[in-house]
Design a protein around this ligand. Structure first.
Ligand code: C2E
Ligand code: MG
Ligand code: MG
Ligand code: MG
Length: 283
């Protein structure tokens, strides 16, 4: 009897694998159409300056308004976009939209505010495509204050091909962007090694920020100290509770983002929030 049960389970497993493969193919061909039909949107998550709770900037995050499946988060389609090569047009679309949004905010509220917008870039874009030219082209079409367009690359991307990544990042920075190292702590490198890269900020991965594990403050404190010694500022990701935020403040972390501070939102909501934050700061 037990054996039969096991057999059934294997059948179920096979069926779900098959279903999974079908899903991926379906999503891939849908995604191609989605790009043409402009179903890919950019949401903006506020990044808060912990010294005074003001808005320092936003992270641009891709969303897919799927006609049947509803709104999909980036984690549900970015890896498929990477595998199929669609990340190239998708990435360019996000870069262009985010830069235009940033430019509009700076036009409305003043470019001396230093409000920044960061855009995620995948390894396929940086290591196997001409990202330098894409950034150059966007910055020639869209005017943003120097250093306020921030490019985020993950630690694992950088470690894939450190020599080449360093060269490309150097060039992109010369074009007037700033650079952030995303998901720090998950990619098997060390901060001292990353000193060779021209990063302005490091983003501490959520797994170090969330929750109350005992060793957490020690890890966080050493990352913050090292980053500061190397002249980089620190953005903590995944601040989900007020306690997370308090801890980050106590550790001298400059910026944080997470559910406790604001979820990713449409551009129009981000604009209103920014306006409110600036009016509050002026009082
Ligand atoms: P990421 O760059 O590390 O972005 C942070 C992710 O954490 C986002 O998920 C965000 O919605 C989520 N998040 C924010 N605050 C919290 C929190 O307090 N708790 C938790 N648990 N999560 C939080 P999202 O938007 O689904 O994006 C997932 C990943 O997909 C991103 O990770 C980024 O690597 C990638 N991605 C997103 N948009 C783009 C894009 O336009 N291009 C590329 N190449 N990758 C993108
Ligand atoms: Mg990111
Ligand atoms: Mg991250
Ligand atoms: Mg991530």
């Amino acid at each position: 009897h037990a054996k039969r049960l096991g057999g059934d389970r294997i059948e179920v497993f096979r069926a779900s694998l098959r279903q999974h493969a079908v899903d991926i193919l379906a999503i891939e061909s849908d995604l191609r159409r989605a790009l043409e039909r402009e179903e890919i949107k950019v949401f903006y998550q506020p990044i808060i300056r912990l010294a005074d709770d003001s808005i320092a900037g936003f992270e641009a995050l891709a969303r897919w308004e799927h006609p049947k499946r509803g709104r999909l988060g980036a984690s549900e389609f970015i890896s498929i976009a990477e595998r199929s090569g669609l990340i190239i047009p998708l990435g360019l679309l996000v870069l262009e939209k985010a830069a235009r949004q940033l430019s509009a905010w700076q036009e409305e509220y003043g470019s001396d505010l230093g409000v920044f917008c960061s855009v995620n870039v995948s390894s396929r874009q940086l290591l196997r495509h001409d990202l330098i030219n894409d950034v150059k082209a966007v910055l020639s079409r869209v005017e943003v204050a120097r250093g306020t367009l921030k490019i985020e690359v993950t630690e694992s991307l950088v470690m894939e091909n450190p020599e080449y990544a360093a060269k490309v990042l150097e060039r992109i920075k010369e074009l007037g962007t700033s650079l952030a190292l995303d998901d720090f702590g998950t990619g098997y490198s060390s901060l001292s090694y990353l000193q060779r890269f021209p990063f302005d900020s490091i983003k501490i991965d959520q797994s170090f920020v969330r929750g109350t594990a005992k060793e957490r403050p020690v890890l966080l404190r050493s990352i913050v100290t090292l980053a500061h010694d190397l002249g980089m500022d620190v953005i903590a990701e995944g601040a989900e509770t007020p306690a997370d935020v308090e801890q980050l403040k106590a550790l001298g972390c400059e910026y944080a983002q997470g559910w406790a501070l604001g979820e990713p939102m449409p551009a129009e909501d981000a604009r209103r929030l920014l306006g409110r934050s600036l009016r509050a700061a002026a009082q």
